[in-house]
Design a binder for this molecule. Structure first.
Ligand code: FAD
Length: 443
């Protein structure tokens, strides 16, 4: 391929650009923001002030594509966390600790390092500008129309492949419709999720702990979910998340009070003992959403989408960046298969669907239990929900089941792994051993 164009220079766009650099003579990334602001939260990524957990599958992919990245991040102050430094709570109950690893850092730092490494490649060119539409010839996309930063007139650029990585707010549906193509159906699930994040200076509190994740469900005793991670610069980054009317505000005293009322000891301790640095920032997410590309009967060749423009999930489960990177690996597999770019990229979209369905299934299974969410319920929901509650309770005490659960949650294994015969047998043994009692069914 002579030239590929990636629209959007965020995590999905950079991952796709890295993959494309193995297949194209030139890769052009078009991004409206001035990407020299590497340590800043930029306009195009307003969620960048919020806690961003990198799931272990995501960091492994980054390390594979950008060898040495983890060491660079750690040298620059990111925190490498092992299982004994991580605590997971569910409805206030601390789960058994198991081996795992994560990196603690802010989103701008992660993106800045990935960007520098990806753009180091001489085949990549960054153009500051805003995409405004696609160019079509017959049944294929042949390039893009964009307005360069500071210019009034749009310009065009030809490409053999265009990748839409413009995020949740993508204009792809409109661009396709204008040219007479049906856009993919958009499935939404109501969320009304509110996030509030604050930084705290860290000192000698909690010496053996680097990461806390505390998920609350409407069936449990608490309304707020929390996460805290040590990040670069000797700080804790803490998030409070809640739904509907319970969404947190930017008031610092409310943030601290909610942490102190959490009954999660380390969250209370950080808020009570550490000084808050800067302001509380908030973010509201109205829905989870995914685009059903594989349900289309017709789609132009020379065009794919990646990342949040394909699917954007409840961020409480931290799947967004890893899902985007896994979609990048689908693009890699698709291009390596020798598929013709003159045909619609159905094979790519089928691969992506496996990733998206897995992430969607996990996060919406929990979200469907929220009182304000009324579907759509997938087939077999009642049983799946019941099984997941039984499984989840077993992860409180059974290290093997908790480790397996985390491998799925970190997107290293497909959720099917949780219901394989050997796992069901292990779960039954765990249930009998601890006499967990019967779980609650919620619908
Ligand atoms: C509150 C919150 C917390 C989150 N926490 C986590 C977490 O803990 N872990 C995790 O993995 N994920 C998390 N996510 C999800 C994560 O932010 C995204 O999944 C991730 O950034 C990948 O998105 P993306 O690259 O597809 O889109 P984005 O990151 O949204 O980037 C889109 C890019 O496209 C550019 N763009 C927009 N329009 C145009 C245009 N017309 N032309 C060219 N470029 C354009 C934008 O400037 C931007 O750079 C969170 C999201 C939210 C909202």
């Amino acid at each position: 391929m002579r030239r590929a164009i990636v629209l959007g220079g965020s995590i999905a766009g950079l991952g796709a650009a890295r993959v494309l650099s193995d297949h194209a003579d030139q890769v052009v990334v078009i991004e409206p923001d001035d990407l020299r602001l590497s340590a800043e939260v930029r306009r195009g990524v307003p969620q960048g002030t919020q806690v961003h957990a990198v799931l272990s599958m995501g960091s492994d992919l980054l390390e594979r594509w950008l060898p040495g990245l983890t060491d660079e991040l750690i040298a620059d102050g990111a925190i490498f966390n092992r299982g004994d430094e991580i605590e997971h709570y569910f409805d206030g109950v601390l789960k058994v600790r198991v081996p795992e690893h994560t990196i603690g850092l802010t989103r701008p730092m992660l993106e800045g390092h990935i960007r520098r490494r990806v753009l180091d490649d001489g085949r990549l060119r960054l153009v500051q500008g805003r995409a405004q539409g696609l160019l079509f010839a017959g049944e294929r996309v042949t390039g893009v129309r964009y307005v360069p930063a500071g210019a009034k007139e749009s310009e065009t650029l030809a490409a053999d492949l265009v990748v839409d990585a413009t995020g949740r707010g993508t204009q792809l549906d409109r661009w396709l419709s204008v040219a007479g193509w049906s856009p993919p159906a958009l499935e939404r699930m109501d969320l009304q999720l509110g996030y509030a994040t604050a930084l705290f200076g860290s000192g000698d509190e909690l010496p053996e702990l680097n990461v806390v994740q505390a998920i609350s469900t409407p069936q449990g005793p608490y309304r707020d979910s929390f996460a805290a991670a040590r990040v670069e610069g000797g700080r804790w980054m803490v998030v409070v998340a809640a739904y509907g009317q319970d969404r947190p505000t930017r008031a610092p005293e409310e943030f601290i009070r909610r942490c102190q009322d959490s009954r999660i000891r380390p969250i209370d301790e950080i808020a009570s003992r550490c000084p808050m640095e800067g302001e509380v920032t908030t973010y509201t997410m109205a829905d989870s959403r995914r685009r059903m590309f594989t349900a289309l009967h017709r789609f132009p060749a020379g065009l794919v989408a990646v990342g949040d423009s394909v699917a954007s999930f409840n961020p409480v489960y931290g799947q967004g960046m890893t899902s985007a990177l896994l979609q990048g690996s689908c693009l890699s597999a698709y291009l390596r298969s020798g598929a013709s770019l003159d045909q619609p990229a159905w094979d790519y979209f089928r691969r992506v669907r496996v990733i998206v369905d897995a992430a969607w299934g996990l996060s919406t299974l929990m979200d469907l239990a929220l009182p304000h969410v009324d579907g759509p319920y997938p087939r077999g929901y009642r049983f799946t929900r019941w099984y997941s509650e039984v499984f989840n309770r077993a992860t409180f005490t059974d290290p093997d089941l908790h480790r397996l659960f985390l491998e799925v949650a970190h997107m290293r294994k497909h959720p099917r792994a949780l219901s394989r015969p050997g796992t069901v047998a292990a779960l039954t043994r765990a249930l009998l051993a601890s006499r967990l009692g019967s779980p609650r069914a919620t619908v």
